[in-house]
Design a protein around this ligand. Sequence first.
Ligand SMILES: [Cu+2]
Length: 487
Amino acid sequence: MLTRRHAIRLGLTTGAVGAVGAAGGVFQTLSTPSGTAKAATAAGAPAVTPFAVPLPVPKVLKPYLRTGTTDFYTVTMSRTSHEILPGRRTDVLTYNGSFPGPTIRARSGRTAVVKQINALEMPTSVHLHGGNNPVAHDGGMMDTIAPGRSRTYVYANKQPGATLWTHDHAHHMESEHVYRGLSGLYLLGDAAEDRLGMPSGAYEVPLILRDAQFDDTGAMVYTMDDAFNRTTIMVNGRPWPYMKVQGRKYRFRMLNSSNLRIFILRLSDGSQMTQIGSDGGLLPAPAPAPVLVLSPGERADFVIDFAQYAPGTQLVLENLIGPGPVEQVGKVMRFDVGEKVADPSRVPDVLTTLPALAKPTVERTFELQMDEPETGGHQAYINGKTFDAKRIDTEIRWGTTELWTVTNKSATIPHNFHTHLVQFRILERDGQPVYPAEAGWKDTVLLFPGQTVKLQLTFDSHRGVFPYHCHMIDHSAMGMMAHMKIT
Ligand SMILES: [Cu+2]
């Protein structure tokens, strides 16, 4: 349980304590100041008027070739400049020149072949976060693409439809590379999901959240592990955008692509959203969501029905957790509701069936810890060890189902826990069942200081060495990462 003292040290805004402390049941509805003042960015940065720029939607990458089984894509990683803050140019690292990168729309059961050309001056590695792929195509941290070279990743997509994420994973550089823009959505669809008739096309919209710090020239400032000065909130690459919506249902595919920032989101009128999916795919049933809680790397698939609002209504998507001044980090974007329109889409009561949980035969414990701020240290650890690329930390027999107990041993710093290769299930948090939105397929789980989760994982796909790590990626770059070997 998160105490108020912890909350204050974490910089939570009023009311968020109830949200993150609630175990079992859904999170409580919260109250928080709804900042309307002009949002200055960090000291010295140009002020940005919130809700002044329209929400862009990353374009969908077209395959250059489609066969009966496979879609072929080419992506070039390059440095370019982009308008993020209105009227300024910012140097960014991009996939195919866009910030964030273009969306790949893949299909479950069809192979996607993505040739990644590294036109940058440093090594990169492309990881498909949430994807079930063999070592050679996982974008390992040491398995990098040298400057000027290319690498072809093959994704078999043998998993249910899900909101996945391609991002850089080059060791000791991933944190800055992702921060500067090597990040893009990978939406995996499947036929069973299509048959549900949920909002699609123009009514299925990616929302890629993140923060950043800018200086007075509009340049992005990267300081390792600086959670406090990244107070410009962006969605799809623009600060505090607005989105004009029609009076009908929309499906949002949300990713928190921040390095360190956690979001606890709610609508400014306090009405509920409907969460339909999590990291690894659809939930069994729609879950009422008074708030959405997303730590870095987590995804939420959710629906808002704007038909319930009078035309002209403006709804702010607010954030209830810091760090940062509430007038900056307390809001994310605004929905401007238009006229009601016909809406043939549905959100059925049953979305999918999750497989029965196999009985775990191996139990392990993992403790996440890093040097506390007052010590001045900059190392991070899993089970007391900082990352060593040559060390195997966990040996797993192929076919085994395991129960992992993961604890955040930090006194003041939240962490999360991300596994490559497998989607897991969260059995409980601090001894209590998790709320419905966390009970589906997950690959990343949030742990506030002192929290413990129990995870169930089955290793019945690819063999080899894969990492697991904190996905507050400044922390993984500081060593909160380890290797598992499945044999
Ligand atoms: Cu961490």
